[in-house]
Design a protein. Sequence first.
Length: 285
Amino acid sequence: MNIKLGKNAYGKRAVNLSKIIRHADHHEFRQISVSSALEGDFETAHTMGDNSKILATDTQKNTVYILAREHFNKGIEDFGLYLSNFFLSNNPQVSKVNIGIEEHLYARMAFDGTVHPHAYVSSGNEKHTTTIVQDKDSVTITAGIKDLLILKTTDSAFTGYIQEPYTILKETTDRILATKCEATWTYNSVNIDFTAIFEQIRNTLLKTFAFHKSLSVQQTLYAMGEAVLQVYPEVEEISLVMPNKHHIPYNMEPFGLDNTNEIFIATDEPFGYITGTVVREQDSV
Ligand SMILES: O=c1[nH]c(=O)c2[nH]c(=O)[nH]c2[nH]1
């Protein structure tokens, strides 16, 4: 029987790094979590314990901190690209680098219309994400948003679904639509103002969610992805994960009371899980 090593990668996860960027009149605070993974000529490391081509994961971690000193000044996409280029160009045994970065977002506090120069409030659980996958010939850059908790109190319906013996869900033309949205999109260029376009895409996603007359989570997911592809030619495709955070009207009938769509039980589990990728159709020739 012949046995050999299959696909493999190694690196460091959760390299947590904070940086103060000091401007003359205010500070910028950035907090990121970086992971690196390397693929390449590592067969003998696995089969023979030969570490001669291994860039230790501890060294990868140190590289992240040291390069951040000079090169983490703009978007996480720019820093991720710098890191992947660095690992690839300094390590001939490495054929592919995968960098992932999650940024925890903070906003400067504001008092009476004045933004404080160095005090911040967390923007909650929402994160800005990126992945850079680079080999000798190509690089793929994705950006995204994770843990974006969004909700609307109307303009959401769910009717017309299959009625069969196990169906008890009541049709509704007016429900709460709530989700913890994860969006990931792929750019088709490396020459993009990643920070500016990220804010714009985030705004397009939110605006579409807010103004869409939703017939289902599926339809809203598609509308959000479609809007991004329509407005931003730099985006090749977008994937969305939209768990349905159910808010079930509380039954007040046993108490002789009505509930005019005002009081709900927010249930954590089980939850609907709706995912989809929206792509550009190839032009047929
Ligand atoms: O928007 C929805 N899509 C579904 O597929 C579904 N299924 C369900 O029970 N509620 C909902 N809501």
